[in-house]
Design a protein around this ligand. Structure first.
Ligand code: SAM
Ligand code: F3S
Length: 441
């Protein structure tokens, strides 16, 4: 059996895409995945270009696999994902030992691209955007886990001034609702009880329905809520602009939807939000959270922040700290702004010294981490409904699971619980994770 090695960079969309690459190559060419790169017949790098560091890493990693090719002439090296989408042929020019280059929308064509490379002896590049064709060519999803990702839409049409995603993944395209529900049906037959709906902006979902109409994200969530086998629904990522009142209302009437909302805000300054072209103000963001909390008082809100956007002043930055305090965000992501070629922000005047930006990032992370501790402390003594995911990484006698608000919790239990929901009392908070005691029913 031929062996496939995949290295994934970046976000959960890429993790999902890597699984799909493995699925197509297993279905078409009977390939099996390995975690030993030296054993591989095909090596794929599923790349990320959201920040400069991630992009540079790919080229240094590519340099490292070059000697493997000399030792095994039939070895195929492929580059997929966002760097591939942005650079295309340039990758072959920079690294002529690369055999195939494909984008996020053409990964289903991998078997043909590899065959064409072998038949013609020439490198193959396909970074086109054939709309949603990909999903029609992917094998049915397969899993042994009780929780699974389901892609419901692709791409982004928001064009925030700092971001490459609309250029690398194309504009927003939603999968028809029947296709999404069919995938979820397949997964539930394999034992899945929790789904995470993924896409760059899942709440921009506008999927075709059978009667030629389109349905929105609120409708999709309610349809999934009706499936008896599904016990818990998560989604990521969403955009404040698409947080419609219909979607907010879902928090009041869809109990399977978790009490965790990841809603990227990026900055707490209206001036910076406008320069980023986010399409909303700080007040509008706060109003969304206020309305969601009115329906779900216990909801944990997490976010993404960019520090050091061109022209960000100390006052702008302090406004972000204030927003963090006002909302009381839980466990969030924060990044130093990274100029991306071809995006409008990369051309903006930026006179903030790098050390000032780094120090702001540290201040912001300190604030986030103190709030995260506070959220953890507030869970002490509470009973959490936990989906058991596996044996704890640190202690063989403990199980690890995830609470409704997305915290990892470790507790004494048995491997027979994996894949089941149990109730656990929170007894201790250790930085990012919780410890608890199983409630025996
Ligand atoms: N759909 C999401 C939203 O509503 O903003 C964004 C998804 S983006 C792939 C993930 C995160 O990467 C963004 O929220 C942003 O914080 C960060 N990001 C994107 N471009 C960046 C850049 N040029 N520099 C630093 N961080 C960036
Ligand atoms: Fe990027 Fe903004 Fe879309 S951050 S993914 S352009 S919402």
């Amino acid at each position: 059996m031929k062996k496939l090695y995949i290295k994934t960079y970046g976000c959960q969309m890429n993790e999902y895409d890597s699984d799909k690459m493995a699925d197509v190559l297993r279905a078409c060419d009977g390939m099996e995945q390995t975690d030993k790169i030296e054993d591989a017949d095909v090596i794929l790098f599923n790349t990320c270009s959201i920040r400069e560091k991630a992009e540079e890493k790919v080229f240094s990693d590519l340099g490292r696999v070059r000697p493997l090719k000399a030792a095994k002439p039939g070895l195929i090296i492929g580059v997929g994902g966002c760097v591939a989408s942005q650079e295309g042929n340039v990758i072959i020019q920079r690294a002529p030992y690369v055999d195939v280059v494909f984008g996020p929308q053409t990964l289903h064509r991998l078997p043909e691209l590899i065959k064409a490379r072998r038949d013609s002896g020439r490198a193959q590049v396909d970074i086109s955007f054939p709309e949603i064709e990909k999903f029609d060519h992917l094998p049915a999803p397969q899993t042994t886990a009780s929780s699974a990702f389901v892609s419901i839409m692709e791409g982004c049409s928001k064009y925030c001034t700092f971001c490459v995603v609309p250029y690398t993944r194309g504009e927003e395209v939603s999968r028809p609702i029947a296709d999404v529900l069919k995938d979820i049906g397949e997964l539930t037959r394999q034992g899945v009880q929790e789904v995470t709906l993924i896409g760059q902006n899942v709440n921009a979902y506008a999927g075709a329905s059978d009667d030629e109409d389109t349905v929105d994200f609120a409708y999709l969530l309610q349809a999934i809520n009706e499936l008896p086998e599904i016990k818990r629904i998560r989604y990521s990522t969403s955009h404040p602009r698409d947080m419609s009142q219909r979607l907010i209302d879902v928090y009041g009437n869809t109990p399977k939807l978790v009490s965790h909302l990841h809603l990227p805000v990026q900055s707490g300054s209206d001036r910076v939000l406008a320069a980023m072209k986010r399409g909303h103000t700080v007040l509008e963001y706060k109003s969304i959270i206020r309305r969601v909390r009115a329906l779900r008082p216990d909801i944990c809100v997490t976010s993404d922040f960019i520090v050091g956007f061109p022209g960000e002043t100390e006052a702008d930055f302090e406004a972000t700290l204030k927003l963090i305090e006002d909302i009381g965000f839980d466990n969030s992501f924060s990044y130093l702004y990274s100029p991306r070629p071809g995006t409008p922000a990369a051309e903006m005047f930026d006179d903030t010294p790098q050390e000032v930006k780094v120090s702001r990032l540290h201040r912001l992370q300190e604030k986030l981490s103190s709030l995260e501790d506070a959220v953890g402390q507030s869970m002490l003594g509470s009973v959490q409904h936990v989906l058991v995911e596996g044996i704890s990484k640190k202690d063989m006698l403990e199980m690890a699971g995830r609470t409704d608000n997305n915290r990892v919790i470790n507790f004494r239990g048995s491997p027979g619980m994996i894949g089941r929901f149990v109730d656990v009392t929170v007894t201790q908070v250790v930085r990012h994770t919780l410890r608890g005691e199983l409630i025996i029913t």
